[in-house]
Design a protein around this ligand. Structure first.
Ligand code: ADE
Length: 371
């Protein structure tokens, strides 16, 4: 049974909430690089990077990205592969492709300037309700609500909402709450403070209620239920896969291919990579090797003799747990047909020019070090 969580937000509650939160924020906010700017381009890049990624991981990428692409126009003028190169390692690469498409759209349709309203912002690739609200409020100080991971948790606790915050009813409730708590003056600052409280005190596992500036206004805290709220998201089922990456060598160069639109890591370059059927005990069986060689020939036109396992890499991507065997291989015949997108023979010294998947980069490093 759900509680009657919808305590009406009255004027006194709101006043105290905003006052306590802003006072706390003024002396406790972390000095993050995107907080010293109201440039919409900077706000946008930081918010896209911060999706599914921690602040600590984002900071160096943010600086490097803006150094290389200082404005929407420079980003729009760049090649997609260079944008991906600057995104390499951050993951969720559709974010980078969407940023690039959105930059071109802004230049073509909006004279390189950002729209200031949430509706128009949401017509841009990769900009959903949250990012639109973040740009509108942080850059233009519009009273646009935000709900992302930190604020979802914070609002759910403030309201004592023990339903599913990701359901459509939960989303309606939280977005409505997010709208109601915004003041007319400096709504952007309040939004930033809400994120900060969620990120630093109102944390998932062990919230610091004893030092929270709004603890007396929090229903979950009053009921001692802060660790039960919000209810956790359902864990996706994990799928195990075994794959092989082939380091096919020809005259000191290695075969790289660009991953296609329909593949994982679309747009990134990689060594030819295929799934292995069945179990692996140390090294692929003769049959598994034949299968791999056949897939290589089909995908690239190249015939190769497969050699030793160079290394095995384990990594997780969304709901996959991947075991990746990296195999040596030597070109024995055939020419690149390029039917499945761009393919190239590349010297190890030139690997740095290509945006690679994280595992591709590891293998590239091993090959370069072996020289
Ligand atoms: N996560 C998402 N947006 C953020 C921001 N502006 N500051 C810190 N963490 C965030």
């Amino acid at each position: 049974m759900h509680h009657a969580f919808l305590t009406p937000i009255d004027a006194a509650w709101l006043r105290r909430f905003r006052r306590n939160l802003l006072k706390w924020y003024a002396s406790n906010a972390r000095d993050l690089p995107w907080r010293s700017t109201r440039e919409p381009y900077h706000v946008w890049i930081s918010e896209i990077m911060l999706q599914q990624t921690t602040v600590a991981a984002v900071v160096p990428y943010y600086q490097r990205f803006l150094d290389r692409f200082p404005s929407v126009r420079e980003l729009a003028a760049a090649e997609e592969s260079e944008v991906l190169r600057f995104w390499e390692g951050l993951g969720y690469y559709s974010r980078a492709r969407n940023i690039h498409r959105a930059a071109r759209h802004l230049v073509d349709k909006h004279d390189g300037r950002f729209p200031t309203d949430v509706e128009t912002l949401q017509t841009l690739p990769g900009i959903g309700r949250y990012t639109a609200g973040a740009v509108a409020s942080f850059a233009f100080d519009r009273p646009a609500p935000i709900v992302e991971a930190n604020t979802l948790r914070l609002y759910s606790r403030l309201l004592g909402f023990d339903g599913d915050p990701r359901s459509s009813a939960g989303q309606r409730l939280l977005w409505s709450f997010a709208q109601q708590i915004l003041p007319q003056s400096s709504p952007g600052r309040l939004n930033q403070a809400l994120i900060e409280l969620g990120a630093t005190l109102c944390t998932p596992a062990d919230p610091a209620c004893s030092v929270c500036p709004v603890r007396t206004l929090c229903r979950a805290c009053a009921e001692g239920r802060q660790t039960q709220i919000p209810v956790p998201a359902k864990r996706p089922e994990i799928t195990e896969v075994i794959e092989a990456s082939l380091a096919v060598q020809k005259n000191g160069r290695y075969l790289l291919r660009q991953r296609g639109e329909q593949e994982r890591w679309a747009g990134l370059w990689d060594f030819p990579r295929f799934e292995i059927d069945g179990a692996i005990n140390g090294a692929p069986t003769a049959k598994q090797r034949r299968d791999l060689a056949q897939q290589l020939a089909q995908c690239t036109g190249i015939e190769a003799e497969l050699g030793d396992v160079l290394t095995e890499i384990r990594h997780g991507v969304t709901r996959y747990r991947i075991r990746l065997l990296c195999l040596k291989a030597v070109h024995r015949g055939g020419r690149l047909h390029r039917r499945n997108g761009p393919q190239q023979w590349v010297r190890p010294g030139d690997f740095a020019d290509f945006p690679l998947s994280v595992t591709g980069r590891k293998l590239a490093q091993i090959l370069a070090d072996a020289l």
